[in-house]
Ligand binder design. Structure first.
Ligand code: CA
Length: 233
C-alpha cells in the first residue's frame, strides 16, 4: 500500500474534546492528516516530534496558554499557526502582541470556515515555497550560492544581511519582531542585540535602495519590528 505522505498533517491543540474531534473530522474529510493535543505542556514536544505542516492553536489551554506556545514554537519553527480565541475583541490585542501567528479564528466558528482558512494558508505557503531559490517581486535569493539578485544586478550582502533577508522573504508582508529575527538568524554568526538588527536592516535597505531607490522593500513597523513588502507601495 502506498502511504500518502503528501497529505498535509495538521496538529489540533484544543482542550475541549468535542471541538477537537469536530475539527479533526472536518479536516480529515478535507483530505488532511490530523493529530491532537489537549495539554499545553505537551505541545512543544509534540511539535518537535511530529513536525506538523500547520497548527491550530487554542489560546485557553491547561498547562500553558496558546500565546506562550506560539512564541515558543516561533523560536524554532516557521510552521503556519492559526490561533483560536474565544473572544472576538481579543484578536486586536493578539495582533499587537507580535506572536508570529499566521491567522486568527474566533469561537464559535464553523468547521467549514476553519478548513477554508487552513487551505488558504497552504495556498499562500505553496505559492512561496521554501525552495533553495526564492523570488519575491524584483528580488531573487539563492540559498545555495548565497546570491541575491535585485533587478538583474547582484547584491553584495554580509552573512547577517543575507540571513535577515532570507527569513523575511520567506513570509512577505508578515511582521517580524527584532527578538524573533535575532533568534532566527543565529545560524548566521550573529551578535544578538536589537540595535545590531537595526544596523543590519539599515545597511540592507541601503544596498537594495541603490538598485530600487523608489521602493520601500523593508518597512519598519513601529513598536513591533520589520516587514518585507511583497508589493511595495
Ligand atoms: Ca480552550
Amino acid at each position: 500500500m502506498v502511504i500518502p505522505m503528501t497529505r498535509k498533517h495538521i496538529l489540533v491543540v484544543e482542550d475541549e474534546d468535542k471541538i477537537a474531534r469536530l475539527l479533526c473530522d472536518y479536516l480529515k474529510e478535507a483530505g488532511f492528516r490530523t493529530s491532537s493535543q489537549a495539554n499545553g505542556r505537551r505541545v512543544i514536544a509534540q511539535v518537535k516530534r511530529e513536525l506538523p505542516d500547520l497548527i491550530l492553536l487554542d489560546i485557553m489551554l491547561p498547562g500553558k496558554d496558546g500565546m506562550a506556545l506560539c512564541r515558543e514554537i516561533r523560536q524554532f519553527s516557521d510552521v503556519p499557526i492559526i490561533m483560536i480565541t474565544a473572544r472576538v475583541e481579543e484578536i486586536d490585542r493578539l495582533l499587537g502582541l507580535e506572536l508570529g501567528a499566521d491567522d486568527y479564528i474566533c469561537k464559535p466558528f464553523s468547521p467549514r470556515e476553519v478548513v477554508a482558512r487552513v487551505k488558504a494558508i497552504f495556498r499562500r505557503v505553496g505559492a512561496a515555497p521554501r525552495a533553495k531559490q526564492m523570488v519575491v517581486g524584483a528580488i531573487s535569493l539563492d540559498d545555495e550560492t548565497h546570491r541575491v539578485i535585485v533587478d538583474k544586478k547582484a547584491l553584495n550582502l554580509t552573512p547577517s544581511e543575507f540571513g535577515l533577508l532570507k527569513i523575511m522573504m520567506r513570509q512577505p508582508n508578515r511582521v517580524f519582531s527584532r527578538s524573533e529575527l535575532i533568534n532566527r538568524v543565529q545560524g548566521y554568526d550573529f551578535e544578538g542585540y536589537d540595535r545590531t538588527i537595526d544596523t543590519h536592516i539599515k545597511n540592507l535597505r541601503k544596498k537594495i535602495a541603490q538598485i530600487l531607490p523608489d521602493q520601500e522593500i523593508i518597512s519598519t513597523v513601529y513598536g513591533v519590528g520589520y516587514r518585507f513588502n511583497e508589493t511595495p507601495d
